[in-house]
Design a protein around this ligand. Structure first.
Ligand code: FDP
Length: 322
């Protein structure tokens, strides 16, 4: 692994350790609740969103491994200041995924994606355009999940592994080698309260799961919804499952809720590296050409057989409606 990439991952892991510690303090350090400010997506920022964003920013600025960073919480990219050495990578992250869980002591996480700065940018400052690369070009991706245990799950394109934070020792221990998503599953994760707004292929799939043994699938399904993508995806990576946050008819102006660059792409890379699949219903997530840093996308990912089935339902629907 290139030295700068190794350093980048070490720095991100160290920052995640600090975020884990901070999340664990909660009300003790007056860290719950929201601020009176909105991020670029018009969402009210929680205190921990802002603190965690700054932790990752400050940890990564000066090490000489990055050319620039971008985050859910910042409108545009952050260039490494001239006083620090510049590196060849670009980091994109969601500092706290599942923010609505913060105040209820539920699962939250940090998601990150690593891109290489384009060669043509070597003699100049990188631009926002330089970040708009296909997900399949990511050189590394990962998440940290802050639950009963803090686990960092990582890929550099050669499989997926996880390290658990030993809180007493302050060190990461390799605990999950070669993580893989079972090809088949009988478990789905979706916010059922949005059912009436989904497109017909998603309604068809979930309805078939719900009727269980008596329906066309002939088996009963189980459901999970942790309201944190990292939590549900960690469950997929641990025991299989399919996670959906699909397009819905309330927002005809946007392709989905989740963000391509710092949610769907890194999780898509991890899921594929673990033997699963990730699509937006029709296209492989990692093949979607980004048009903006904060672009949204429909997401269907996890156990391969189920993702292929849902994608097939979308294709059939598109073929029949033209
Ligand atoms: P959140 O908005 O709370 O940060 O990233 C978006 C996300 O959480 C996912 O982690 C989660 O799966 C989903 O949105 C939760 O959305 P709902 O509140 O609509 O269920």
């Amino acid at each position: 692994m290139p030295a700068q990439l190794r350093l980048l991952i070490e720095v991100v892991a160290r920052a995640c350790k600090l975020i884990s510690h901070t999340v664990g303090k909660g009300a003790l350090d007056n860290l719950l609740g929201q601020l009176d400010i909105e991020n670029v997506q018009g969402e009210i920022q929680k205190k921990l969103d802002v603190i965690s964003n700054d932790i990752l920013l400050e940890a990564n600025e000066w090490g000489g491994h990055l050319a620039a960073l971008a985050s859910e919480e910042m409108e545009t990219i952050h260039l490494i200041p001239h006083r620090y050495p510049k590196g060849e990578y670009q980091l994109v992250y969601d500092p706290i995924d599942g923010s609505s869980n913060i105040d209820v002591n539920g699962i939250v996480g940090t998601i990150f994606s690593v891109l290489r700065a384009p060669e043509e940018a070597s003699g100049r400052e990188v631009t926002e355009q330089d970040f708009l690369q296909l997900g399949r070009n990511q050189v590394a991706a990962g998440y940290a999940i802050y639950g009963p245990q803090t686990v960092l799950v990582l890929t550099v394109g050669t499989g997926v592994f996880g390290v658990t934070l030993d809180r007493e020792m302050g060190s990461w221990m390799l605990t999950h080698e070669r993580m893989s998503i079972p090809v088949s599953t009988r478990e789905f994760a979706i916010n059922m309260s949005n059912a009436r707004h989904w497109a017909p292929p998603v309604q068809r799939y979930i309805n078939e799961c719900l009727v269980g043994q008596t329906g066309p699938r002939g088996v009963d399904f189980n459901m999970r919804w942790m309201a944190s993508m990292v939590g549900d995806v960690h469950s997929n990576l641990t025991r299989g499952g399919v996670f959906l946050y699909p397009w819905d008819a309330r927002h005809t102006d946007r392709a989905g809720k989740l963000r391509l660059m710092y949610e769907a792409n890194p999780i898509g890379m991890l899921v594929e590296q673990a033997g699963g699949a990730a699509t937006d219903g029709l296209r492989r997530i990692l093949d979607i050409t980004p048009t903006g840093l904060h672009q949204r996308v429909g997401v269907i990912l996890g156990s391969r057989e189920e993702v292929e089935r849902i994608t097939c339902y979308h294709r059939e629907d598109t073929a029949s409606t033209g």
